[in-house]
Design a protein. Sequence first.
Length: 130
Amino acid sequence: MDDSVLIQEAQTAREQSYCPYSGYAVGACLEAKGGRRFKACNVENASYGLSICAERSAVVQAVAHGALELTRIAVAAEGAMPYPCGACLQVLREFGSDGMEIILTNGKHTERTSLGALLPARFVLDKTDE
């Protein structure tokens, strides 16, 4: 699948955003190994800490459907470029490699980067210590 389809699906997911506090609607379309796609949007809460970003919502969808190997994600918003927050990057890294492609669009410009470029150092638990 080319980038334009992934971007379009992220833009479509953005339309479902629930963002009455910030007004910043974000949509994401995540692709897993094998080509399955999972769309999601940000969902805000009056208690901001309980809000969830579109990227993490998409990861939750993927995991709930058994997709544990993520290959790329498109994130769409309007206005400011929708760079994923640190929490989203860490969650994406749980299921994606440093080379995972991240496509960002604000409707006027599109940027392509990688998970490793945005999160060069990540938190890792050494499971051999258990």
